[in-house]
Design a protein around this ligand. Structure first.
Ligand SMILES: NC(=O)c1ccc[n+]([C@@H]2O[C@H](COP(=O)([O-])OP(=O)(O)OC[C@H]3O[C@@H](n4cnc5c(N)ncnc54)[C@H](OP(=O)(O)O)[C@@H]3O)[C@@H](O)[C@H]2O)c1
Length: 266
C-alpha cells in the first residue's frame, strides 16, 4: 500500500467524503476519479498498475487539492480483494461512495474458452464487487450511510455469454440492495452503459470496426449521468436516450435477434 502526501492548495468543495474507485487507471474509473475529485471528494484509487495509479493521484492532487490514497491490488486475488475490503471496513476513515468498476472482457465463447480464465472473469465482475459491497454495506450501515455504484452494462439486458450473465446479476442485486438498505441511508445503483470509448475493447483485442460511430458514448458523459442518478437514489442508470431505447427493445425482442445485434461488440 502506498499513501500519498496531503496536498497543500485549497479546494472550496473539500470535505464531501471519500470515494473508493476500483479500476481507476483508465476509462470509466479514471473519469469517476476526475469528476469526484472535482466535486471535492477524497479518493482511494485501486487497480493493479501502481505506477499509473501514482501518476493519476499526483495529477488529481495537483488539480483539485484532495487527498488520494493509492491501493495497488489485483482484484482476482484473495490478497488484493482483502486489502480493499479492509480499507472499506476502516471506521476511522469511512468511505462514503464505493464504485465497483474494475473489469475486463473476453473474446470467444464460454465452452471454447479456458475455464480458469472464465472463472477469473466471473470473479472480477461478480464475486469481487460482492465482497467489497459486503464490507462497504456493513461500514456504511454502522456509520452515516453512503452510496454504491456497480458498473454493469446494457449487456445485462441481452443474452451475450458469461459477460452479460455476470452484469445481469449485478443489476438484479443492485436493484434489491437499493430498496433493502435504503432505511440505513445507503443507495445502490447499477450503471449500465452501452459502448464507451475506453481501453476495454483494445485490451480484449475486439474488432471494433462493426460498431458504428454513433453507438459510442464518452466516459465523461457516462460518469456524469451515473453520478446524477446515484445522487438521485436510482437503482439503475442507463446513460443516453439511445441506450434507454435499446434496453426497452431488448426486454421484449426475441433472444436470437438481440444476441445477433449484441455480438457486434465482440
Ligand atoms: N467500455 C465499454 O464499452 C463498457 C461498456 C459497458 C460496461 N463496461 C464496464 O466498465 C467497467 C470499466 O471498464 P472500462 O471500459 O473503463 O475499461 P478499461 O479502460 O479497460 O479499464 C479497466 C480498469 O480495470 C482495471 N482492472 C482490470 N483488471 C483488474 C484486476 N484484475 N484487478 C484490478 N483492477 C483491474 C484496469 O486497471 P489495471 O490494468 O491497472 O489493473 C483498469 O483501470 C468494466 O466493469 C466494464 O465491464 C465497459
Amino acid at each position: 500500500m502506498d499513501e500519498n502526501p496531503t496536498p497543500t492548495s485549497n479546494n472550496p468543495h473539500r470535505g464531501r467524503g471519500t470515494a473508493l474507485i476500483t479500476g481507476a487507471t483508465s476509462g470509466l474509473g479514471a473519469q469517476f476519479c476526475a469528476q469526484l475529485a472535482a466535486k471535492g471528494l477524497d479518493l482511494v484509487i485501486v487497480a493493479r498498475d501502481g505506477q499509473r495509479l501514482a501518476e493519476l493521484a499526483a495529477r488529481l492532487q495537483a488539480q483539485f487539492a484532495v487527498d488520494i490514497q493509492v491501493l495497488a491490488a489485483d482484484l482476482v486475488s484473495d490478497a488484493g480483494v482483502q486489502l480493499v475490503a479492509d480499507r472499506l471496513s476502516r471506521s476511522n476513515a469511512p468511505v462514503s461512495l464505493l464504485v465497483n468498476n474494475a473489469g475486463f472482457g473476453m473474446l470467444g465463447n464460454f465452452a471454447d474458452n479456458d475455464l480458469d480464465a472464465e472463472l477469473r472473469h466471473l470473479r472480477i465482475h461478480t464475486q469481487t464487487p460482492l465482497v467489497l459491497m459486503h464490507a462497504a454495506l456493513r461500514a456504511m450501515g454502522l456509520g452515516a450511510g453512503g452510496r454504491i455504484i456497480n458498473v454493469a452494462s446494457v449487456a445485462a439486458y441481452t443474452p451475450r455469454g458469461s459477460y452479460s450473465a455476470a452484469k445481469a446479476m449485478m443489476v438484479n442485486f443492485s436493484r434489491w440492495a437499493n430498496v433493502f438498505y435504503a432505511d440505513r441511508g445507503i443507495s445502490v445503483t447499477a450503471l449500465c452503459p452501452g459502448f464507451v470509448r475506453t481501453e476495454f475493447h483494445d485490451r480484449m483485442g475486439a474488432d471494433q470496426s462493426k460498431i458504428p460511430a454513433w453507438a459510442w458514448l464518452t466516459a465523461e458523459n457516462v460518469v456524469r449521468q451515473a453520478l446524477e442518478d446515484s445522487e438521485a437514489g436510482k437503482s439503475v442508470s442507463v446513460p443516453s436516450a439511445l441506450y434507454k431505447i435499446a434496453v426497452a427493445v431488448a426486454r421484449i425482442a426475441p433472444d436470437a435477434l438481440v444476441e445477433r445485434l449484441a455480438r457486434r461488440g465482440r
